[in-house]
Design a protein around this ligand. Structure first.
Ligand SMILES: C[C@@]1(CC(=O)O)C2=NC(=C\c3[nH]c(c(CCC(=O)O)c3CC(=O)O)Cc3[nH]c(c(CC(=O)O)c3CCC(=O)O)/C=C3\N/C(=C\2)[C@@H](CCC(=O)O)[C@]3(C)CC(=O)O)/[C@H]1CCC(=O)O
Ligand SMILES: NC(=O)c1ccc[n+]([C@@H]2O[C@H](COP(=O)([O-])OP(=O)(O)OC[C@H]3O[C@@H](n4cnc5c(N)ncnc54)[C@H](O)[C@@H]3O)[C@@H](O)[C@H]2O)c1
Length: 206
């Protein structure tokens, strides 16, 4: 079996995380970064989750799981340390809900990759459950190669691409310029500023 990789827009979508431990904390942090509307159902929560609750970023239902907790959720994370409860969560979900089961991934319909974010750049690494530790190691190795300067570089490329698309250049020239901008020289912030300051002159050179 092989999985279909996608990047979901979760803005304003209801996410319910069941369990308040280590894995739940990781899931919640990422769901919040994705602008989901997050609730947690658990008798206790980690310090990290408690901080989110105090900041009113997450709603806490301090209780054990019951099937009605996930009725209107778009995305459900079964992250308790009780396999029977995780199975019950998966069984309670409807066929149109996204469900991730952290202890028995085959009971859900998606798995979570190891992720490196640099602004608009997302690098996701998955081993389809063969070795989550390898996914994490590869992600960590890539973090030096794609350092924080990529945040600004991606913004620069995004701005340039919009300008190039709006221009009346022939499609082949547009592609040529877009590819030129991938030369490492354009990762230099000073050069990026210079190009943006006189963009018309820059595209005329090509
Ligand atoms: C990548 C990452 C993303 C994240 O979770 O955020 C992730 N697991 C991470 C780490 C990790 N997980 C585990 C260890 C201990 C070592 C080990 O057991 O190997 C470590 C290492 C560590 O913690 O250092 C234990 C573990 N994991 C799963 C099971 C159940 C099973 O395999 O059946 C068990 C046994 C539990 C038990 O003992 O009961 C299952 C899954 N874990 C996945 C993702 C999905 C497949 C991804 C893939 O293969 O690429 C999948 C299938 C389902 C899912 O979770 O969606 C995250 C690192 C990212 C980060 O740190 O940012
Ligand atoms: N997918 C992964 O990346 C990964 C990594 C490590 C472990 N795991 C698996 O995930 C499970 C959870 O790991 P963890 O480190 O977060 O565990 P944990 O012990 O830190 O947290 C478990 C949480 O589940 C809550 N809980 C227990 N029963 C509940 C119920 N009936 N209703 C609601 N909440 C309930 C507990 O109160 C606790 O907050 C592990 O048991 C293991 O099987 C998965």
């Amino acid at each position: 079996m092989t999985h279909y990789p996608i990047n979901l827009d979760l803005t304003g979508k209801k996410a319910v995380v069941v369990g308040g431990g280590h894995v739940a904390s990781r899931r919640i942090a990422f769901l919040l970064q994705s602008n989901a509307c997050v609730s947690v159902v658990s008798p206790d929560v980690s310090n990290a989750i408690n901080q989110f609750i105090e900041n009113r970023q997450v709603t806490w239902y301090r209780k054990n799981f019951e099937p009605e907790d996930i009725i209107d959720a778009f995305i459900v994370i079964a992250a308790t340390n009780d396999k029977d409860v995780n199975r019950q969560i998966a069984d309670s979900a409807g066929s149109r809900q996204l469900v991730n089961v952290v202890s028995q991934p085959e009971l859900g319909n998606f798995e979570v990759p190891a992720v490196l974010k640099r602004g608009k750049l997302t690098i996701s690494v998955s081993t389809n459950g063969a070795s989550p530790s390898l996914a994490k190691k590869i992600r960590d190795n890539l973090s030096d190669r794609f350092d924080e300067s990529y945040d600004d570089y991606l913004e620069f490329l995004f701005t340039c691409r919009k300008k190039i698309q709006e221009s009346s250049l022939p499609i082949e020239d547009k592609k040529t310029i877009l590819n030129k901008l991938l030369d490492p020289v354009y990762q230099n912030p000073q050069i990026q500023d210079e190009i943006l300051a006189s963009f018309e002159a820059f595209i005329e050179d090509y």
